[in-house]
Design a protein around this ligand. Structure first.
Ligand code: SF4
Ligand code: SF4
Length: 349
């Protein structure tokens, strides 16, 4: 439920972001040296870029860092001293597209699952405030509407920015965590009746653009019938196994745990990994149950649209289009989903 709405002119966004940065880290869309939009930790409020659409690098690093020390240790004279890392600092993720908010829901489901909820993830999640952002334009590669995600939907956010006419943003405060941002937003005026009507109208217009959703239940069913289909050959043949599709995906969360030692000191570290790499499943014996890129390409699609849905009742894809934009082999998950439907029809007895 919306607790209150404040109006922030775009020219005052650096003041708002600067106040947000007091006492917390802020991850937001920025432009890197190549001019590409990426989510990155801000070192100055002016770095937040409001012209970005969906940034190429997703925000998952806020909750699942690329590398994360579980603990450090020191060994001496038969004795070991183990030190945990410092507790996570408060942080805000700013400017999340609603599809990236849905991706956080996927990560939450995976990392809170019994019987072994992931404590480092949950501790970081507990100190994270999600500030979403609505988009009134649909980007060409984004197909989140086909997965039932509306780009103006503020669900599951603590606060949400809605673009308004005259270069302004409405900041909707939605939860207690959002209300805790008051020192950052209280200097801005509350929304009047006209602005509230404009926000409602923006949501109505967005809903009017909704497209028929994909039949995810049918796709999941069909996937069970095409495990040995030639489709996997056609997907994997151009694939170079670079892993970009997984590392840039806001829901992909495979990791490796490594031991880093130097002399008597060491650390146990979690690092991102991907099922697209040969080494990911290679056993110590040298045997690899996924013998070629074909098995690895199939695993990625199966995990997103079949195994993940079986276990968590939620697809592991939010239609952000990042994998389509980044794939050097031009593999397009929208096309793959369509082929899965068509192939299943063709291959059924
Ligand atoms: S599979 Fe591709 S489109 Fe789907 S969430 Fe991942 S990066 Fe986005
Ligand atoms: S980005 Fe494309 S080429 Fe790279 S691993 Fe993914 S599907 Fe293969």
């Amino acid at each position: 439920m919306t607790k209150e709405i404040r109006i922030i002119p775009l020219t005052d966004m650096p003041a708002f972001v600067g106040a947000l940065m007091q006492g917390r880290k802020v991850l937001a869309p920025t432009r890197n040296d190549d001019g590409l939009c990426v989510f990155a930790w801000l070192s100055a409020p002016e770095q937040a870029d409001w012209t970005c659409g969906i940034p190429r690098v997703p925000p998952k690093q806020a909750l699942l860092p690329r590398t994360e020390v579980f603990f450090r240790y020191h060994r001496e004279k038969g004795k070991e001293t183990v030190s945990p890392p410092p507790p996570p600092e408060p942080q805000a993720v700013l400017g999340l597209h609603p599809c990236d908010v849905q991706a956080v829901k996927v990560l939450d489901a995976v990392f809170s699952a019994e019987p072994s909820p992931d404590q480092p993830y949950l501790e970081r999640r507990a100190v994270t405030t999600l500030i979403g952002r609505g988009f009134s334009e649909d980007e060409p590669l984004v197909f989140c509407r086909e997965l039932g995600i509306d780009p103006m939907d503020n669900r599951d956010c603590d606060a949400f920015l809605v673009p308004l006419a005259a270069n302004r943003m409405a900041l909707e405060i939605l939860t207690d965590k959002g209300a805790a941002l008051k020192p950052a937003y209280e200097r801005f005026p509350p929304a009047g009746a006209e602005d509230r009507a404009a926000i409602a109208e923006a949501r109505k217009l967005s809903q009017a653009r909704s497209t028929p959703p994909l039949d995810m239940a049918a796709i999941q069913r069909n996937l069970e019938t095409i495990f040995n289909s030639d489709l996997w050959n056609r997907i994997h043949e151009p694939c170079v196994g670079c892993g970009a599709c997984a590392f840039l995906c806001p829901t992909c969360h495979c990791f490796d745990i490594q031991e880093e030692t130097r002399g008597l000191d060491g650390a146990r570290v979690r690092v991102w990994d991907t099922c697209q790499f040969d080494l990911f499943t290679r056993h110590a014996s040298g045997h690899n149950p996924r013998t070629s890129q074909k098995e690895r390409s199939r695993q990625r699609i199966m995990h997103k649209f079949s195994y993940g849905v079986d276990r968590f009742h939620i697809p592991f894809c939010v239609g952000c289009g990042r994998c389509i934009a980044a794939c050097p082999a031009h593999n397009d998950v929208r096309q793959i989903l369509k082929e899965i439907q068509d192939l299943a029809k063709a291959e059924k007895p």
